[in-house]
Write a protein of this length. Structure first.
Length: 301
C-alpha cells in the first residue's frame, strides 16, 4: 500500500503516541496510562466543533455505504482526536474485519482497547495477531506490557520463551520469520523490570558473543551495570556501544551514558525500566480524510 493511502493510520499512531510499539527493539515497555492523555493544545473549541462535524459526515456516509473504508478511517481518526476512544473501536473493528491480513489494523485496535481501559480485550487482539504471526514485535511488546501491568510476569516470560522456541522450529522452513534478537532483548527487559538482572545479563552476554556488531545488548548491559553501581564496567560498555552503533544513535548513547543511575531507595519509580533509544524516522506528512458530497476522498500532499 502506498504511503499516501496509509497516512490516516500514521496520523492516528502519532496522535496516540504509541511509538514504543514500533521501530527500535529496545523501546521501553509501555506505561499505558493512555486514557489520561489530553488533546494537544492546538485542538481548541473551534477545532473540536469541526472534528465533530467531520465525524457526523462520515457517519452519514457509512449509513449509505457501511463498508466505505475511507469513511471508516476518517471516523476512527476524528473520534480519537475528540478523545471519544470508545466510539473509535467499533469502526476500527469493522476495518479489521474488512482487512483480516492487515496486522497494523489489529495493532491499532488493540491500542484503542488499551486506551479505553480494556486490557483483556487488548491482550486478546494481541494473541490473535501472534497466532497468525508469532514474531510480530508490535503484538509481543503490547501483550508483554499489559501482562506486566497486571502482575502476570510469568505469563510474559512464557510468551517470549515460547516465541523463541517457535522461532527455532520455523527457521527450518521459513528463515528469519521471527526477529530473534528483538525477542531476546524484550525478554531481558522483562527480567530487568522484575529485578532479575543476572538473567538479563546472561542474555546480553550471549547476544554480544553471537553478534559483536549489534550495539543494543552492549548498551542494555551498560545500563544495568551502571544501575548496579558498576560504573567503570558500564562506562567501557557505553563507549563500545557508541563506537559500533549506527550514526543516528551515537549522540543519544552519549547523552544516556551521562545520565545518573536511579537510587535504589528512591521513592520515585522510573517510567523507563530500560533505556530508550528511539529511532528518528523522517516525520511523515499527515493527511486528513474529508467527506465531499456523497462520497469520501483523502487529501494527498
Amino acid at each position: 500500500m502506498s504511503q499516501s493511502r496509509n497516512r490516516w493510520l500514521i496520523s492516528i499512531v502519532l496522535i496516540l503516541a504509541v511509538v514504543g510499539f514500533v521501530g527500535f527493539s529496545m523501546a521501553p515497555l509501555l506505561n499505558a496510562s493512555y486514557r489520561h492523555q489530553t488533546l494537544p493544545p492546538t485542538v481548541n473549541t473551534t477545532a473540536k466543533t469541526n472534528l465533530a462535524d467531520k465525524a457526523r459526515g462520515y457517519e452519514l456516509v457509512l449509513q449509505r455505504e457501511p463498508e466505505n473504508q475511507t469513511a471508516l478511517q476518517g471516523l476512527v481518526q476524528a473520534r480519537i482526536q475528540l478523545q471519544e476512544i470508545k466510539g473509535a473501536i467499533a469502526p476500527m473493528e469493522k476495518l479489521v474485519a474488512l482487512n483480516p491480513d492487515r496486522m497494523e489494523y489489529k495493532l491499532l485496535l488493540a491500542q484503542l482497547k488499551q486506551f479505553d481501559g480494556d486490557p483483556d480485550g487488548a491482550i486478546q487482539v494481541y494473541r490473535s495477531m501472534l497466532a497468525t504471526k508469532p514474531g510480530d514485535m508490535g503484538a509481543l511488546r503490547g501483550a508483554v506490557s499489559l501482562l506486566l501491568q497486571q502482575n502476570r510476569s510469568e505469563e510474559a516470560v512464557n510468551l517470549l520463551q515460547d516465541t523463541l522456541k517457535t522461532a527455532k522450529q520455523q527457521d527450518k522452513t521459513q528463515p528469519a520469520t521471527v526477529d530473534v534478537a528483538a525477542v531476546q532483548l524484550l525478554l531481558a527487559q522483562v527480567y530487568v523490570t522484575q529485578k532479575h538482572d543476572d538473567q538479563a545479563i546472561t542474555i546480553y552476554d550471549r547476544m554480544i558473543e553471537q553478534n559483536k556488531q549489534d550495539f543494543r545488548p552492549v548498551l542494555a548491559k551498560a545500563v544495568v551495570l551502571r544501575q548496579e553501581g558498576k560504573t567503570e564496567q558500564a562506562k567501557s560498555l557505553f563507549e563500545s556501544a557508541a563506537t559500533i552503533a549506527p550514526e543516528q544513535y551515537k549522540e543519544e548513547i552519549k547523552h544516556l551514558a551521562a545520565e545518573k543511575p536511579v537510587a535504589e531507595n528512591s521513592s520515585t519509580t522510573p517510567e523507563k525500566p530500560v533505556a530508550e533509544i528511539p529511532p528518528k524516522p523522517e516525520k511523515p506528512p499527515v493527511a486528513e480524510p474529508k467527506v465531499q458530497g456523497n462520497s469520501t476522498s483523502t487529501d494527498e500532499k
